[in-house]
Design a protein around this ligand. Sequence first.
Ligand code: ADP
Ligand code: ZN
Length: 605
Amino acid sequence: MTREEALKTYFGYEAFRGGQEAVIDEVLSGRDALAIMPTGAGKSVCYQVPALLLPGITLVISPLVSLMRDQVTALVQMGVPAAFLNSSLTFRQYLLALDRARAGRYKIIYVAPERLETEGFRAFAESAEISLVAVDEAHCISQWGQDFRPSYLNIPAFVASLPRRPAVGAFTATATPDVREDIRRLLALETPVEVTTGFNRENLYFEVRQPDSKKAALLELVKSRPGKCGIVYCATRKAVEEVCGFLREQGIAATRYHAGLEAEERGRNQEDFLYDRAVVMVATNAFGMGIDKSDVRYVVHYNMPKDMESYYQEAGRAGRDGLPSSCVLLYGGQDVRTNEFLITHGEVREGLDEAAAERLRERDLQRLRQMTGYCRTRRCLRQHILHYFGEAAPDYCGTCYNCLHNFEEVEVGREAQAIVRCIAETGQHFGVGVVAETLCGADTDRVRKYRMERESSYGALANFTQKAVRERIRFLLDEGILTLSPGQYPVLLLGERAEDIARNGPALYMKTVKEERPAAVGRSADVELDSRQMELFGRLRALRAAIARRQGVPAYVVFSDKTLRELAVRQPGTLQAFREIGGVGDAKARRYGQAFLDEITSVLQ
Ligand code: ADP
Ligand code: ZN
């Protein structure tokens, strides 16, 4: 079998994606490889195809025990003999699986790095024919990476202990040079071929919002995507609890995930999400490494993450099936301060001396500044991301918020002066809402209650909308001319330069939205379905759900949304035509072809 045949037969795909062939060829020839590809680029194919073509067994070392089951389920659905060996098996099940492995029943075996240390497994590995060791999430070996896992350091000793050294493939989505260097060195890769694919994810739409109310903004985002799966990332466990509770109160099927929950509940909630019983997952960054749910339609960051690596990795969990998906970051100035606090007061990593700890802190603060830059830029967001990862990119992508909206610079010196004066004369007692209402000369309960109409600044900006005044107040907050007091009801305080502004009202330039154009999302690859196709798509989804339920597997391992959409558009009438659809391999065509063909026929009659 050629590699193309393996791709078609098992995975149902016509062609390799960028970078995949290069890795596969080298690994097949026995050479080590380091593949750096963004989430969703298709790393697994890079070791699963060689696994099918090489003699013997491919060991996949993966950090997350909880996800191995799904990865293996997906392979078995495609007709690939695969298994996992980990602590979720009972001792009997483990021995049975090991027996079968010895008997050569599996081509691919997933193990956690800790497993490599156990005697039983070592004995097995020494007697088995292991042709390839694939190290998934290889950045876990680096102290510089975000998810350092000390047990990864044992991998090279394990590889060296094998009777014949297999090729070693390392896979990661983390690109920074120091992490790359660590992977090469600590995994003891031997003159590896290094393959980096472009970090651009064309199907992702990027946006940063700075809403007055994050909750309202989130609710709007979720409600405008009914029935679509989304992940909402929060900075803290407390925020996860709060946001998840809020969404549930609003009637949204949300679930939650963070390290403070019992393992049992974490597992259950994760399954609810994977199996589409919950459409929204509210989580800390503890959720998602290795998550292989391909139809996540949006990722919202309720708080700004600490760096671009984290952001792009988490946002990248949207749209792994290649369909248009959104990544929206809800930014607030408080996020910056929280992160600064965590960096300067955070725990120092074990075994670091003070100088090294200081270097790490400096680096983290620098990364935080770059993350903040992303939130504040009015230029193309995609370009900003790609530049960060060292890739060239045009300054217009046409599918991020900033490209879809025109911005203009307006001079706001006079308004700034009025705002500062208003805050000063009312004794720095009021929040954004009251100040904006006062300046606009609004007649509200609050204004009457505090007798604001007596102030000289009442109505000073009467020719502006309250929205425009709030926007200018936010701008002054960003500039540090104003600050907010901490606490539940933050009030506006005057910052360092405020006095200066109040006295002479120097020119100040603020970027603001000029005109709103409707989002032109929807590329050729994703034609909108007409109503009939939509109906068919709905029916196919229902059929998929029924099949998945019967077998106790997540729906997406039966077929992805992308495959179902293509079925709804092309409406194959024969098994042969069915086989031509992307994502349909031999095993799935045999198992499910007839059921789907029947459904298509019955809808079209
Ligand atoms: P990664 O591990 O890099 O995040 P995955 O290996 O999970 O990405 O692949 C992401 C998605 O892309 C999966 O649904 C996978 O089946 C699909 N995919 C991978 N390679 C191809 C290909 N050559 N053609 C079409 N789809 C592919
Ligand atoms: Zn853009």
